[in-house]
Design a protein around this ligand. Structure first.
Ligand code: AMP
Length: 401
């Protein structure tokens, strides 16, 4: 599932004149919740969906016309998906390199494999972000314990050691709080067999994200900036509008647009950033797909991120990203499902000025910390929505342990 440093894929298959019209089939590599919400949005427009995923009856399989049940690295299965599809997209970035290359040769993948190649590897991603003129936290490539010790001495503590590939939701990283844990951190993370990168610790005031869409004809639109609050490295809340200045929001939007253009993106690109108390922005991570921090768009924007992704890969005109209402998105993890269902069944009338939009992904097992759904709270202001989250008690149990 990993690409290491090597030759970049040359392939680039998008055609600025090619339009995929409703009635066509969109093949999605991966059948999780992102693919499911993509299919729900695209089905309204008249597209059909096919997916390849190892889990029978996966979230997207439940709503698609067609599921191939096989591993993501199974080239024959991917070929069968391509045969069913007029266009191929993906819902995660760790697409197997050989499968991505094969699909690009044998079918239409307007997003191309080059963007995957860049975003699958933190060092390549950082270089690409820098090339787009966007700031990243100072970083160093780490190939040995000696290099790590030297870089920690240079950056000071705390600093963050990360694997270059394969990490998500805070996995594959170690916050180095004192120089004497270098050997332990190095041993633990280098076991993954991938390159490592050390980052200076950014004392951010907030984490924010921007999601931009770009179509093959070069049209670009960006969604309103979300403010993101993580608990145990998993996204807990997105608050929109983000609680910062217009100038910061504008700059974050501009950075996302610049990155989308420089990286020749087709489809969505999510840009996660740190905002420091003095208003500086640092890009932390990119994701070339719909993003958890964009789920709020489903009811709160004129066009959702999922519809926008369909429009972009199909080369339709992009939709307006205008915000219709303040919103808070709360993730529903395994441990929140029971209390949420109890609350839903309790027949409590919704409060005036708040509309509670429940999205559950159809996953069979509500495992602890597993993303099972989310709730979009539309309200007259974000304080009202945040107060609702507190009052229901659905999410407080997590903090209690
Ligand atoms: P990541 O896997 O890179 O998205 O990191 C997960 C979380 O760790 C981020 O959302 C931040 O809260 C925190 N984090 C990662 N890198 C840094 C950094 N360089 N400085 C401060 N916090 C960080």
């Amino acid at each position: 599932m990993r690409r290491t440093e090597g030759t970049a894929p040359v392939g680039r298959a998008y055609d600025p004149g090619k339009v995929i019209l409703p009635g066509s089939t969109i093949g999605v590599l991966g059948g999780g919740q992102l693919g499911r919400m993509l299919a729900l949005a695209g089905s309204h427009m008249g597209y059909r969906f096919a997916t390849l995923d190892p889990t029978p009856d996966c979230p997207l399989g439940q709503v698609a016309s067609y599921q191939i049940t096989a591993g993501y690295g199974d080239a024959e299965a991917a070929r069968a998906l391509a045969k069913q599809s007029d266009v191929i997209t993906y819902e995660f970035e760790n697409v197997d390199a050989a499968v991505a290359d094969m699909l690009e040769r044998e079918s239409y993948v307007p997003q191309g494999s080059r963007l995957l190649y860049t975003t699958q590897h933190r060092l390549r991603e950082k270089r690409a972000v820098e090339a787009a003129g966007a700031p990243v936290a100072p970083y160093a490539e780490i190939g040995s314990l000696a290099e790590l010790e030297a870089a920690v001495a240079r950056f000071g503590t705390p600093c963050v050691l990360k694997t270059a590939t394969g990490g998500y939701d805070g996995k594959g990283q170690w916050v180095i709080r004192s120089a004497d844990v270098c050997a332990e951190a190095y041993a633990a993370l280098s076991r993954a067999g991938t390159e490592l990168v050390l980052e200076q610790f950014i004392r951010f005031e907030r984490e924010i994200s921007a999601i931009a869409a770009r179509s093959p004809r070069g049209e670009v639109k960006v969604f309103p900036i979300a403010e993101n609050i993580h608990v145990d490295n998993i996204l807990h809340l997105s608050i929109v509008p983000a609680r910062t200045t217009d100038a910061v929001r504008k700059r974050a939007e501009e950075l996302a647009v610049k990155i989308a253009e420089t990286l020749d993106v087709v489809g969505l690109i999510a840009v996660e950033m740190f905002l420091t108390p003095d208003g500086e922005l640092y890009v932390n991570e990119l994701a070339p797909r719909p993003h958890n921090s964009g789920h709020y768009t489903m009811e709160a924007c004129m066009t959702s991120q999922f519809e926008q992704h369909v429009r972009a890969v199909c080369n339709l005109p992009l939709g307006s990203t205008e915000l219709l209402t303040p919103v808070v998105m709360v993730n529903v993890l395994g441990e929140h499902v029971e209390p949420l269902l109890q609350w839903l069944g309790s027949q409590k009338a919704e409060e005036p000025g708040v509309s509670v939009k429940v999205h559950l992904y159809g996953k069979a097992e509500a495992k602890h910390k597993r993303k099972m759904g989310h709730v979009n709270l539309l309200a007259r202001d974000t304080e009202t929505a945040l107060a609702w989250v507190e009052r229901t008690g659905i999410w407080n149990r997590e903090q209690e342990g």
